[in-house]
Design a binder for this molecule. Sequence first.
Ligand code: AFP
Length: 287
Amino acid sequence: MNKTELIDEIVDTVAEAAPHISSGLKKRREYVGEENPSGERQLEADVWANELLQELITSINGVGEFASEENDKIIDCGEGLSVTIDPLDGSSNIPTNNLVGTIVGVYDGELPCKGENLVAAFYIVYGPLTTLMLAKEGEVNEYVIEETSGDQVELHLASENIEIPEAYVYGFGGNKNWTEEFRKFEAEISRELKLRYGGAFVGDMNQILHHGGVFAYPYRTDAPNGKLRLLFECNPAAYIVETAGGSSTNTEKSILKVEASELHQRAPFFTGTEELVSRVEEELPKW
Ligand code: AFP
């Protein structure tokens, strides 16, 4: 299998699991009393989706490394591309029946490595529709995943060759502990754009790609690196937005250029239309 076929196989494998994951959430809404490596409480659904995707992805011939936001360590599966997953992004939204998703990064490099090594990235949104936003080979396409008979799915192209439109919305996380500089920046943006923030990264990213605007989870006074994980969340999202003609930054440089030294490292994250990301770099103190 060449790299292009392998990427397609990884995408198809996760897409085929998506309807099963979506329908399996309703039975797994209790907290299990454990925490993931980032210190977040795990729901039964987090543990279950992680085990399911781990088994499926590590069985693909050509996947060399597998890492999950829910696991301490990288799983070595041999030679090949490295896959990162956030199996259920935004799972604290499950009890309130808001959006959740799955985020996948496909890196051509040994983990942890920079986002520049990504060769594909995608996320699934489990919402009113189950959708797949995929960036590879310089294009971003969105598909609706439809279950056919048995375990089969069909991918229906919904938005082709997405280019991030002019800014309309913004969504900024971590507001209880923003710095004074960031509060000032938010006040300015709030006079220009419409606020929409759902607390699930996949949903907040998806609206930026459809409506244009800016997403941020900045450094906080109590968390100097912010909340989002570089390898599992920031890099795949930055790769998708940059492929769609937008930008990303940690206030200093593209997220994709940030050195990755630890698997679960966090980074302040800003992404969206080029003009707004430039303003972040001009107006906020460097991280
Ligand atoms: P959970 O998976 O614990 O719900 O966290 C989701 C998340 O990592 C990401 O999806 C959101 O962008 C961010 O956290 C939301 O954080 P706040 O709750 O601080 O807004």
